[in-house]
Design a protein around this ligand. Structure first.
Ligand SMILES: NC(=O)C1=CN([C@@H]2O[C@H](COP(=O)(O)OP(=O)(O)OC[C@H]3O[C@@H](n4cnc5c(N)ncnc54)[C@H](OP(=O)(O)O)[C@@H]3O)[C@@H](O)[C@H]2O)[C@@H](O)CC1
Ligand SMILES: Nc1ncnc2c1ncn2[C@@H]1O[C@H](COP(=O)(O)OP(=O)(O)O)[C@@H](O)[C@H]1O
Ligand SMILES: [K+]
Length: 507
């Protein structure tokens, strides 16, 4: 599913109006019906509804929704803000349509606003501004947003929480954005709705289909996409019935500072549970007994050091290499990481965890990353290697720039993990849940991606499929075990079920 810009959504809307064809006011009615149905699904008509409508089409949607809810016997109070004495045509038309209804209290605010008294179980509908916002809110609208945000009631935003831009909010005034309980957005999520910083404004996101042209959606190009199950399921390779372990790749995993052998165990098990033929695990000597016991399937390669990684390994024998889980950051390890990058020009490479932290301390070494390397930073690791910023939008732009500059893939982990490809495209992953915010989940992901690389999936396929599959296993685990109780090993346990589900999807 593509993520469109404000301009593209407008283009899609205009195309639909001209080619379906449908009158703009009827498209607005279709959108309002979806909003009203969503509200009716969640809240019964004992709840008072207070509608705040703006002067544009977002306000038009809100007025139409008010009418539809009144027809379902909700008690509705409307405030239409029209400070410049100018409403969009369809907002004006919906204002007229309210006239016919007796059970709506309608107030048009042109200058002074007397805030209504709110009851705790009232619901506010925010229809002030949607995707047409063209500057941060200020003045009377800012004061109104602050009034709504201090009210102890649920707020439902139509299309966008008012005050939030579709893409970049890094310079926005955060005090003047509606903090919604729920956002009902049209057609597809907007970029800002996928970013962690904005969750406090969006609340629960619901996407409703309003029948915009599919033909035009297909035609419009976007740098941003949300990954879909069919897309990754179609990537799964069938296994050769005559295959032997050599047919399914030999991966090298360099992991596990003494005391952090668990990271090596998780990555190793995840790789073996994702179709890999053979795994060699390079690790300090003292990890021998624990790793031989925990993962009898892996071959061990011992470092010269008892406790840390100090000696790079030739990449000749391997189809993929993973460098980093639980590696530690000792100076000798850092030098070995540099050497490993320089020696890993042949096999595709995944760089994770402490190997990323080492790159953060030696930024010039980023130049040594072989083309098509996959980096898997969480936000703090990304900040160390690349971006001083804490803002999610800036992170995303910086990750895209880094991927393009170094011709690598940057997987920015989190809810809606962003996979930034070297050609400038970014894919957001829809699977996964907060139960996966538990130590070791990232090691599992590195193991999966490395395994797929070793099996000859392209770096982009391994990233898209690996991240989706990891999140799906987490979702299946969560369904059985509850988010609170999930640990990283559970994600591995549910990999077979996730694989089965994806393969079934493709049949
Ligand atoms: N996509 C679809 O297919 C469909 C979309 N639909 C709906 O249309 C919505 C988009 O409507 P829209 O384009 O009229 O923009 P909207 O968000 O109402 O704001 C524009 C108004 O706000 C004003 N304004 C802007 N910023 C401001 C500020 N900071 N402070 C003060 N004023 C500010 C601006 O004034 P101007 O700057 O132009 O003078 C203008 O008057 C969309 O989100 C969805 O709800 C559905 O109806 C049907 C199908
Ligand atoms: N709230 C969440 N929703 C979806 N996925 C999540 C969430 N929290 C964590 N994850 C996933 O879990 C993994 C955590 O990785 P990371 O932070 O590196 O963990 P660790 O370093 O402990 O192994 C990432 O793949 C991330 O996308
Ligand atoms: K809104």
């Amino acid at each position: 599913m593509k993520v469109f810009s404000q301009r593209q959504i407008k283009e899609l809307e205009n195309y639909t109006i001209e080619n379906e064809p449908i009158a703009a006011i009827d498209l607005m009615e279709r959108a309002a019906k979806k909003v009203a149905a969503t509200i009716i699904k969640h809240y019964d008509n004992s709840r008072g509804i207070i509608v705040f409508a703006g002067p544009g089409n977002n306000g038009g949607d809100a007025l139409a929704t008010a009418r539809l809810l009144a027809l379902e016997n909700y008690k509705v109070e409307v405030y239409l803000f029209n400070p410049n004495d100018h409403l969009s045509a369809d907002c004006e038309a919906n204002k007229q349509r309210l006239d016919t209804l007796a059970n709506i209290s309608f107030n048009e605010v042109t200058s002074k606003f007397q805030p209504p008294q709110l009851n705790n179980d009232d619901i506010i509908i925010d229809g002030l501004f949607g995707i047409g916002l063209n500057k941060p809110l200020s003045g009377g609208f800012a004061a109104l947003v602050q009034f709504i945000n201090t009210a102890a009631v649920e707020v439902i935003a139509i299309d966008m929480p008012s005050g939030l831009f579709c893409n970049d909010n890094s310079d926005n005034d955060k005090r003047n954005i509606i903090r919604a309980t729920r956002t009902i957005t049209f057609h597809s999520p907007k970029l800002s709705q996928l970013l962690v910083d904005n969750q406090e404004y969006i609340g629960k996101l619901e996407v409703v289909d309003i029948g915009l042209s599919e033909e035009k959606s297909k035609e419009l190009y976007s740098d941003f996409e949300i990954v879909e199950a069919e897309q990754v399921a179609a990537m799964i390779k069938s296994r050769n019935a005559f295959g032997h372990k050599g047919s399914f790749g030999h991966a090298l995993l360099i992991a596990g500072h003494y005391g952090m052998a668990g990271a090596a165990v998780l990555a190793a098990k995840a790789s073996l549970r994702s179709g890999l033929g053979k795994l060699t695990l390079h690790t300090p000597i003292k990890n021998n007994d624990i790793l031989q016991t925990a993962i009898p399937e892996a071959i061990l390669s011992h470092d010269f050091s008892e406790t840390i990684f100090t000696t790079a390994v030739s990449s000749e024998a391997y189809n993929a290499i993973c460098l980093g889980p639980g590696l530690g950051k000792e100076p000798d390890t850092a030098l070995a990481v540099l050497e490993q990058l320089q020696m890993s020009k042949k096999a595709p490479l995944v760089v994770d965890a402490d190997a990323l932290n080492i790159l953060g301390e030696h930024k010039s070494w980023l130049q040594e990353l072989p083309p098509a390397t996959i980096l898997t930073p969480h936000p703090a690791e990304f900040r160390r290697i690349q971006s001083g910023s804490t803002d999610a939008f800036t992170h995303l732009v910086d990750a895209q720039t880094l991927a393009q500059r170094l011709n690598i893939i940057v997987i920015l982990k989190g809810h809606y993990t962003a996979i930034c490809a070297p050609n400038g495209k970014t894919f957001f992953n829809p699977t996964g849940n907060s139960g996966m915010a538990t130590a070791g989940s990232g090691d599992v992901l590195s193991g999966i991606i490395t395994s797929l690389l070793a099996q000859q999936y392209s770096p982009l396929e391994a990233s898209l499929l690996g991240v989706y599959f990891h999140g799906l296993a987490g979702d299946l685990a969560q369904a059985d075990l509850e988010e609170e109780c999930l640990i990283a090993s559970d994600i591995i346990k549910y990999l077979p079920l996730a694989f089965k589900q994806l393969k079934y999807f493709h049949k």
